[in-house]
Design a protein around this ligand. Structure first.
Ligand code: PGA
Length: 261
């Protein structure tokens, strides 16, 4: 079962995941993290940055892989995920930029960029903890509805809805690239622990289908039901359509101390 954790606030979700990452890195200083972009995971990065600042952890040996990147957008563009990961993750967390990989969306090497990225993940020994958000369309990374359940990193065409959702970063929808290069659903399934966060009413329907609906390419996040260790942290609004919420809450409250997040 996907573990569902109802939190009182996005901040509490950030604290829980940050604690899990700090514990992981204490045991394995060169742990491999999978980084999502978007607004949702910022609560995790903020907590980690504060912990680093207080001297509570050292993330300088952590290795990282971003989930996705736009195709054909210059790395120097402020909204490229190279820029976003540098600004929101590498800098604040004190990571070594040489140890953090973002898929290469440059057109001249796009035909082998997916395979190159998969090879790099394998060479690193796989992703220990993959941070995820969910799109209103139910996507993970840029795996839009219809994505193969066993897909690996490759180019995907963005849906109109996703381009609309991301237009806030670009000004107008026309400036949002048409294509992305994204870790596949199969790539995400290979991670040791997948941690998805969702906040707000706009995510409620996708969360319910992901956790309680049938596993289907039509709702890519439903592959979390196939993951051997998946945790979904939701606030009350994002959890509002879940049918078994009372059970998830009881399971969380009754969790034994030795059990991980
Ligand atoms: P958001 O994006 O965190 O900005 O809502 C999530 C996603 O599209 O995966």
């Amino acid at each position: 079962m996907v573990e569902v954790v109802l939190v009182e606030s996005p901040r509490e979700a950030g604290q829980l995941v940050a604690r899990s990452i700090i514990d992981l890195v204490a045991a394995k200083p060169d742990a491999v993290l999978g980084f999502a972009t978007g607004t949702t995971p910022l609560v995790i990065y903020n907590e980690l940055a504060a912990a680093v600042k207080r001297g509570e952890c050292d993330l300088s040996r952590v290795r990282g892989f971003a989930l996705d990147e736009y195709v054909g957008l210059s790395e120097a563009h402020p909204e490229s995920y190279h820029s976003v990961i540098e600004r929101d993750v590498i800098g604040p967390l004190g990571l070594d930029p040489n140890l953090v990989h973002v898929p290469n969306g440059a057109l001249d090497s796009i035909q082998h960029a997916g395979q190159d990225f998969e090879d790099a993940i394998i060479a690193a020994g796989g992703i220990d903890l993959q941070i995820l958000g969910i799109g209103t369309v139910g996507h993970l990374g840029f795996n839009e509805p219809g994505s193969s359940l066993s897909s690996l990193t490759r180019v995907k065409t963005l849906t109109h809805q996703t381009r609309q959702d991301n237009a806030r970063f670009f000004g107008t929808i026309d400036e949002v690239p048409m294509h992305s290069i994204t870790q596949g659903l199969g790539t995400i399934l290979r991670s040791e622990h997948a941690v998805m966060l969702a906040f707000g009413e706009s995510k409620a329907k996708a969360v319910q289908r992901a956790v309680e609906g049938g596993v289907s390419a039509s709702l890519p996040a439903s592959i979390l039901q196939l993951h051997r260790h998946a945790t979904v942290l939701v606030d009350a609004e994002a959890a509002s359509r879940l049918e078994n919420l009372t059970y998830y809450q009881r399971a969380w409250e009754q969790k034994m101390v030795w059990q991980r997040l």
